[in-house]
Write a protein that binds this ligand. Sequence first.
Ligand code: RIB
Length: 289
Amino acid sequence: MAIYNLGSINADYFYHVPHLPGPGETLAATDMTRGLGGKGANMSVAAARAGAHAAHIGAVGADGSWAVDRLTEFGVDTRHITSLADSPIGQALICVDDIGENSIVLLNGANHRIPESTIANALSEASPGDTLLMQNETLNQPETAKIARDLALYVAYAAAPFDAAAATAVLPFLDFLILNEVEAAQLQEATGKTPETLGITDVIITLGANGARWLHNGHSRDFPAMPVTPVDTTGAGDTFTGYVLAARDRNLPMEQCIALAMRAAALMVTRQGTADVIPDLKDVDGARF
Ligand code: RIB
C-alpha cells in the first residue's frame, strides 16, 4: 500500500531566540540554521522513515532542487513533485525559544501553485485502500479528497495551519482527521459540531505533553505522552501524523499506531530541526523514555 501526500515543501529558517518576540520587539537570535520542512514534507519523511511508501505530491521553485534531493535521500517517492520556473520554494521563518516553543511565519511560494495535472497524475497511480494525506499549506484539498474518495482511498487530513473555510470544505470526504486541542475548539466553533459528531471514522486530537485522544465509533480513548524534556517542538505533530498513518498502512491496529506515533513524536521534540531530524523506526523502537 502507499501514502499519497498532497503537501507543502518549505525551506525552514530556524532562529534560536531567548523568548518568542512580542509585537514591536526587535530580538537578536543566537544562531540560524536552514533545513527541509513544511508540514507536508515533514509528514512524508515521517511516513517514509516509519517504513511506508510515501509519494509526495507537491511543487518547488527552481531554487528547490536541494529539497527534492533531500526528500529522495529520506526515502520519499518524489516523482510527483513539480519544479516551477516562476515561483520560489515555500519558506518558513521559525523562531524557537529556550523551552522549545515556536512561532512560524510562512511564505506559500510554489506550495500554492501545485498544478492540478500533477495531482491527477499522482492519483492515477493509486489503488483502492491507499491513503491520501493532506494539510492546509497547499490548495485544492476538497477537489483532491473527492477524487480520492471516488477511488476508494482512505482520506486523511491534518487541519494545520487551521483555516475554518478550508477545514469545513474537506470534512465531508474524510476518513481520518487529526488536529490539536486549539484546532479542535476552532473547528467546533466553525461547524457547531463536536469532534465526536463530525461523522468521521477516526479523529485524533493531540494534547501536547498530555498525549493524544482517539475518537472512534462513539468511543474515546486517551494515550499518555512519553516523559521528555523538549528542545524543539517544531514538526512533532507532523512526525506523529506520518507515523500513525504509516503504521495504519501496515495494517496495525489503531491503538498500536498511536502508541508508536507517541514514541516518535516524543523522540522528535528532543531534536532541533524538522524533516532532517525525524527519527527512523529503528531509533523509535530503540528509544528509552
Ligand atoms: O509543522 C512544522 C512546519 O510548519 C515547519 O516545518 C514549517 O515549514 C511549517 O510549515
